[in-house]
Design a protein around this ligand. Structure first.
Ligand code: MIG
Length: 740
């Protein structure tokens, strides 16, 4: 039997249960056995349910897989999930496993015992969201703080963890949705959506890594970024013209600071018209890029979804002719204010429109760029009154932060900053904006990615995006939008990136140095020290703020920055191998402690430290004037990365952290592949027991998809290092070993 259909008496509706594999169960509720929601924006691969074993007694249906047993009460529809040993992992709260109120669909689950809830995508505030309420509605909030919910991305997924067992829930519904994780009542949590169907997946661990593996089995995993995209990247809103861009590049060379990418923010365009170049500022755009490429710099320009309403502009004209822009219910094209003024928005739900947008990338690809930076795709618009005020004050009066949106607009008003509620999407206007809003950015990123694969099939691109939804990892890296050059925001990034990683998105980072406001030297040093552990490592800052390149803060700070950026490059073989793991299993690179130490009840308490892969424990400094901190070391032996001093965990130790030191500890048994001399790979061995999977390929092409790569297992036992090729499809590397 592939699926079981059950009648839910208290709702007079139906439930369809199926298993995607032995650990993932899908619960899909529907009126009249319609299962209208038989498509998914997040899960794109075809799902073939496995065979289920079922039994029936007078009062319940029982289905089971090799890992799980699910019982459903015939009288009230209540669901309970057990593991093989008959431990109840999850149960509906009372009979509220399914409730419909008008269009809204709800699901209530019991909270029993100690449990932490993590993930939920891009979230500020504490790592553990127990006791919190979370909203899923993609929002451009340039003023976000630790207590502000819903930002640019929506990932209606969470991981429930305790030292015994972890499971995940993915609520596959794109409408505005909510999670209340024991805030209303500590005995239950619930999630609901404004519309659509209750369609969710239970994902069994029992470890947190296995939950993430299961979740990304559904929603997909990242591709391997080109190696250069893992280097240091420099951005600014905006490097104003060709000369400035070239000067920045030259300066990196002069200062001996490695940098792989320079970004072009909105001012490179002709009047903010996407896919155009301002010829006055960039008279020799192609030549500039060619020269930069020769010097080892890649160029990545920004693209917004808003297309300027301008009858003399090709992209607009074409889109109008072909009927590619979003309309309102009344058939009029929706017009919103963004940087170019009045703008219209591609109807990205349509494959044809995505293809068109994809082909537009070719215009830039042919000019030599190496990737695309997708911004404003929540989609974000600025209410026209606000827009004028903002332009006036912020741009021309050189405000360091944009003026706040009037507070009456900030109160859970979901539409003033995006397309209006009467916008419809799709071929025949079959989708409301409510359903598409949260996936608009995902669809735009998908269009860029696919467009890129067609336009330049020989190279992997760097696609980055601000907005996204579950599954965004397949197409794009994610940066966390407009942060501030403050200590609070440096700290926030540590938490946000842990939760975003748990949500299946490995290629992530926050603007290093902070976006709004002026960065002070001490903060900059600390941020670079932390930033080398962001999978996506980019320094970016806003218009009208102090320059933020590494040499802007005096020699001492520059030395620190140089040293750390170089360390990032030294660790590249390790980092690249972690990306392979992310591609294969969805495992994040910047990892919460519970991922590596799932059985340690204390691991959840130390959210201000994280693992960088399986080997490094990083404990950043996030307060001004601090030069020491407490570090929790989980069980095992640890080496201080800087002086190899050893420590035994579990323990809390005090470590010194003068301005040029970020505390880093390496787990005993680690084998760290590092860039060595003459293209050799140096294996730094930290005595103990352990293993590491090393991955290498050409770092640039898609040839790895054809098996042209090496996968090598290093294992360390009784201080003996063993090197074993698991897959050999690429030229052999010379390893040199150094034991500390
Ligand atoms: O309304 O392109 O988050 O990184 O520099 C601001 C200008 C639009 C927001 C992005 C930011 C970028 C800025 N953009």
């Amino acid at each position: 039997m592939k699926e079981k259909i059950l009648y839910i008496p208290n709702q007079d509706e139906y439930l369809k249960v199926s298993a995607i594999n032995n650990k993932i169960i899908r619960f899909h509720f529907s009126k009249d056995k319609e299962w209208r929601h038989n498509y998914s924006f997040a899960i794109e691969k075809e799902i073939i349910p496995i065979d289920l074993f079922s039994e029936e007694s007078e009062n319940e249906f029982l289905i089971s897989t090799s890992f799980l047993k699910i019982s459903m009460d015939k009288n009230n529809g209540s669901i309970k999930i057990y593991d093989r040993e008959n431990n109840c992992i999850l149960a509906d709260y009372e009979n509220l496993g399914y409730k419909r109120v008008d269009k809204k669909v709800y699901c209530y689950k019991e909270i029993k015992g100690e449990v932490a809830f993590l993930g939920f995508g891009e979230r500020t505030g504490d790592l553990n969201k127990k006791g919190k309420k979370l909203i899923n509605w993609n929002t451009d909030n340039p003023h976000h703080t630790p207590d502000v919910d819903h930002l640019y991305q929506s990932h209606p997924f969470f991981l429930a963890w305790n030292p015994q067992v972890s499971y995940g829930i993915f609520f596959d519904n794109t409408y505005r949705s909510y999670f209340d994780m024991g805030r209303e009542n500590e005995n239950y949590y619930y999630f609901f959506a404004e519309d659509g169907e209750l369609d969710y997946y239970f994902i069994y661990g029992p470890t947190p890594k296995e939950v993430i593996e299961g979740y990304t089995e559904l929603t997909g995993r990242c591709y391997l970024p080109p190696m250069w995209a893992l280097g240091y990247q420099q951005s600014r809103w905006s490097y104003k013209d060709e000369n400035e861009v070239k000067k920045i590049a030259e300066r990196f060379k002069e200062e001996d600071i490695p940098c792989n990418v320079i970004y072009l923010d909105i001012d490179y365009m002709d009047g903010f018209r996407v896919f155009t170049i301002d010829k006055n500022k960039f008279p020799n755009f192609e030549k500039m890029i060619e020269e930069l490429n020769k010097e080892g710099f890649r160029v990545v320009p920004i693209i917004d979804p808003g297309v300027k309403k301008d009858d003399s502009y090709e992209v607009y004209k074409e889109g109008i002719e072909k009927n590619y822009f979003c309309k309102k219910e009344n058939g009029e094209i929706f017009v919103g204010h963004v940087w170019p003024g009045e703008s219209v928005f591609p109807n990205f739900v349509r494959e044809e429109v995505r293809k068109w947008w994809g082909e537009k990338q070719r215009i830039l690809v042919e000019k030599g760029i190496s990737g695309i930076w997708n911004d404003m795709n929540e989609p974000s618009i600025i209410p026209s009154f606000d827009y004028k005020m903002m332009r006036l004050l912020f741009y021309h009066l050189k405000f360091k932060e944009p003026p706040r949106v009037p507070s009456f607009l900030e109160k859970e008003d979901f539409y003033s900053k995006t397309l209006s509620a009467d916008v419809v999407h799709g071929e025949n206007r079959e989708f409301t904006h409510d359903e598409i809003h949260n996936v608009y950015g995902l669809l735009m990123a998908k269009a860029s990615f696919n467009g890129w694969r067609d336009a330049k099939p020989e190279e992997r691109p760097l696609i980055i995006t601000r907005a996204g939804f579950s599954g965004i990892q397949k197409y794009s890296a994610v940066w966390t939008g407009d942060n501030k050059s403050t200590w609070e925001h440096l700290y926030m990034s540590i938490i946000m990136l842990q939760n975003l990683g748990i949500s299946g998105v490995p290629f992530i980072g926050a603007d290093v140095g902070g976006f709004w406001g002026d960065c002070e030297p001490e903060l900059f040093a600390r941020w670079i020290e932390l930033g080398i552990f962001y999978p996506f490592f980019r320094n970016h800052s806003a218009i009208n703020t102090k320059n933020q390149e590494p040499w802007e803060f005096g020699e001492h700070i520059e030395d620190i920055a140089r040293r750390y950026i170089k360390l990032r490059y030294k660790l590249m073989p390790y980092l690249y191998s972690l990306f392979y793991e992310a591609k294969e299993k969805g495992t994040p690179i910047l990892r919460s402690l519970i991922l590596e130490f799932p059985k340690d009840p204390n691991a959840i308490k130390y959210e201000d430290e994280f693992m960088f892969g399986p080997s490094f424990l990083v404990a950043p400094i996030y307060e001004k004037g601090k030069n020491e901190r407490d570090v929790y070391l989980p069980e095992g032996t640890w080496y201080n990365f800087w002086n190899n001093e050893t420590f035994k965990g579990p323990n809390i130790i005090k470590v010194e952290a003068p301005l040029d030191i970020i505390p880093i500890f390496v787990k005993a048994g680690s084998i760290i592949p590092m860039r060595g001399e003459e293209n050799k790979i140096e294996l730094r061995v930290y005595p103990g027991e352990g293993e590491f999977l090393y991955y290498e390929d050409d770092g640039i092409s898609w040839d790895y998809e054809k098996g042209i790569y090496n996968l090598v297992r290093f294992s360390l036992s009784k201080d003996k290092l063993n090197i074993e090729y698991i897959h050999k499809g690429f030229k052999e590397t010379k390893f040199i070993t150094s034991t500390i």
